[in-house]
Write a protein that binds this ligand. Structure first.
Ligand code: HEM
Length: 253
């Protein structure tokens, strides 16, 4: 990035931050309209509550603010990349996010896409995207070499469902019966299910209280105010022993 790029980007961070919801809402609506297949990747429940929409744009703004000293954000980068790897995010998807984010910035700041300002934001976004892509590549490579590790979604069979107080305990075993990475207490997995009535896959994270070796056991609780995209409610209402779900390898946030 040139010094002018840095100046331009830093000068507009406060305006974009103030626009808050406008930037993020516009961005997600635009991206999901052009790429409806991404509705399978993002948790649409989180979209409705506004949790995730704010996280992505806020991270881009925070990065832009510290563009000269990105190491300040090392912890945030660690968290984002772990989450992304757990959701099987791929390098080529960064171009899609970038395109729609830049269009949204252009819209919110009311400047043309061809302006120097958008060129500066493009340079900033690409710098961040390259950083995340590099860290994610290393994490995918490490998962492939670990005992029982894997990348992306792996099929698991529900082998038992037991009643707990106000929840159910689902036991998941790898369909291919080969080794699975041990999950330590505090680690999480993403579980992806098909929502039959939405014709959509949806992911959800589940954290373990105890170490898990040959199988993973997740506690599934009914949501108090479920939307049509609730993974917990889909599991409780539509899934039974013998059904398959998709699981990504355990990691720590
Ligand atoms: C520079 C670009 C990006 C930034 C700064 C970014 C930032 C973030 C942040 C801060 C979170 C929340 C992490 C947490 O749970 O603490 C997140 C989650 C997520 N990101 Fe990204 N991200 C970027 C690119 C992408 C791309 C390319 C995709 C795929 C199309 C993607 C998909 C997701 C998904 C699906 C989640 C989880 C959302 C949820 O829980 O509903 N992100 N990202």
């Amino acid at each position: 990035m040139t010094p002018q790029h840095i100046e331009l980007v830093k000068a507009t961070v406060p305006v974009l931050r103030e626009s808050g919801v406008a930037l993020t809402t516009y961005f997600y609506q635009r991206m999901l309209k052009h790429h409806p297949e991404l509705k399978n990747t993002f948790n649409m429940d989180h979209q409705e509550t506004g949790r995730q929409p704010r996280a992505l744009a806020a991270a881009v703004l925070a990065y832009a603010e510290h563009i000269e000293n990105p190491t300040v954000l090392a912890k945030a980068v660690e968290r984002m990349t772990t989450k992304h790897v757990s959701l099987n995010i791929q390098a080529e998807q960064y171009a899609i996010v970038g395109e729609h984010l830049l269009h949204s910035i252009s819209e919110v700041l009311d400047v043309p896409m061809e302006s120097d300002l958008i060129a500066a934001w493009k340079a900033a976004y690409m710098q961040l995207a390259d950083l995340l892509i590099g860290v994610e590549k290393a994490k995918y490579a490490a998962l492939n070499t670990e005992n029982g590790g894997w990348t992306g979604w792996r099929e698991f069979e529900i082998t038992a469902i037991e009643n707990l107080d106000a929840a159910q305990l689902f036991t998941l075993k790898a369909k291919d019966h080969s080794a699975i990475k041990t999950a330590k207490a505090g680690e999480f997995i993403s579980v992806r299910v098909k929502l039959a009535d939405q014709d959509l896959y949806q992911p959800q994270q589940f954290t373990f209280d105890t170490d898990q070796a040959e199988q993973y056991q997740i506690v599934v609780k009914a949501e108090e105010n479920p939307t049509a995209f609730s993974v917990n409610n889909a599991l409780l209402q539509h899934y039974k022993v013998g059904d398959l779900v998709e699981v990504s390898a355990p990691s720590t946030l």
